[in-house]
Unconditional design. Structure first.
Length: 356
């Protein structure tokens, strides 16, 4: 799962920075922000601004995950918020109403925030009412937060929530070593935790935040059958997701292979007696970094190729003995994709197939 927040000023002063990623065979590619806050917990902007940010950035799915603990009541008590007009569902309701007709799917959710590890922080998505979830957390009090989180999770799961364990290596809760606790393993075994947030821009891989000028916000890539909340949930439960963050992509090999093949188009191929010329086009916002890999030793090809977003590039390929004619009509060139990750420290192996 990916998470980040983007602070915007006046939208009229913003330049659209749309993230564009192609669909893959059988699925549409939705870009999602699965973890975000507003003024209704510890964010700095209104829910409507979060929707506008998604429109500006080409984000299709927005999960409203304000903290469901007692801080909302603190704002009510100090007079910041009117108790007659707000509750733990207000941020979602405002965003969902405002998003109508804007192409953004808004998902109700919340963050259960135990400052003690385990269990730490957990998002509950696709909830139906955040009030009883927060009330269960509050009832335990600050001195018994793990018990409160457990009670809140039980209420959320009774509503059919999809649960993610957030930022496991957040420095406040994992100051030296990131670890998974027996309690988390039990939650996973019991079907309470459904996913782990592998990237949070507060701490990087594994919240209010500003993006640098021109920088794309991190997103979860959701490979969905339908463009609606039902389709989003089905894809999450089927584990058809990847992460796009800081020019890198993380996910399952089969999904990343399909995604890369969709991103890199072979636009033109020309063949002479001894030379093959291939024009490639990257039709996405994802840069592609290719390194020559085992399997292509018989070819003279560039050892390093960088395809910037929406860039055309021409490759020239010869046999090692460039006096020999190219007799075949099908050619396979092997690359390691150094910014696509299928496991920690393991890059995607990709075959560029050319037919002439």
């Amino acid at each position: 799962m990916a998470a980040a927040l983007l602070l915007c000023g006046l939208l009229s002063a913003q330049v659209r920075n749309e993230i564009r990623v192609p669909d893959i065979p059988g699925y549409m590619t939705l870009k999602g922000d699965m973890h975000i806050h507003t003024v209704f917990s510890d964010g700095s902007v209104w829910p409507t601004t979060r929707v506008d940010e998604c429109v500006m950035d080409g984000v299709d799915v927005l999960c409203m995950t304000d903290h469901v603990d007692s801080r909302l009541h603190k704002y009510i008590k100090d007079g910041t918020l009117n108790p007659d007009k707000v509750n733990r569902n207000t941020a979602y309701e405002m965003a969902a109403k405002y998003a109508k007709g804007k192409g953004v799917i808004v998902v109700r959710g919340g963050e259960i925030s135990s400052q003690i590890m385990p269990p730490g922080h957990l998002n509950v998505l696709f909830t139906t009412d955040n009030e009883p979830i927060g009330a269960a957390m509050d009832a335990a009090g600050r001195d018994h937060q793990p018990a409160g989180a457990d009670a809140a999770l039980k209420v959320a799961k009774s509503q059919g929530a999809f649960v993610t364990w957030n930022h496991p290596h957040w420095c406040r809760q994992a100051p030296n070593v990131t670890r998974i606790y027996p309690e988390h393993l039990q939650y996973i075994k019991d079907g309470v935790i459904n996913a782990i947030e592998a990237y949070n821009w507060w701490d990087g891989l594994f919240s209010d935040i500003n993006t640098k000028a021109g920088e794309l916000r991190p997103v979860t890539l959701i490979f969905a059958r339908e463009r609606n909340e039902k389709g989003v949930r089905e894809a999450l439960e089927a584990h058809r997701t990847a992460i796009f963050a800081e020019s890198n992509v993380y996910g399952k090999e089969e999904l990343l292979t399909a995604l890369l093949t969709a991103c890199v188009e072979v636009e033109k191929v020309s063949k002479s007696k001894t030379k093959l010329t291939v024009e490639l086009y990257n039709n996405s916002s994802i840069p592609v970094l290719l390194d020559k890999a085992p399997g292509s030793e018989q070819w003279q090809i560039a050892r390093h190729v960088v395809l910037h977003p929406f860039e055309h590039q021409t490759l020239t390929l010869y046999r090692m003995d460039n006096t020999k004619p190219l007799e075949a009509s099908d050619f396979d060139f092997h690359y390691t994709v150094s910014n696509f990750w299928t496991e920690p420290d393991v890059n995607l192996h990709w075959v560029l197939s050319i037919h002439k």
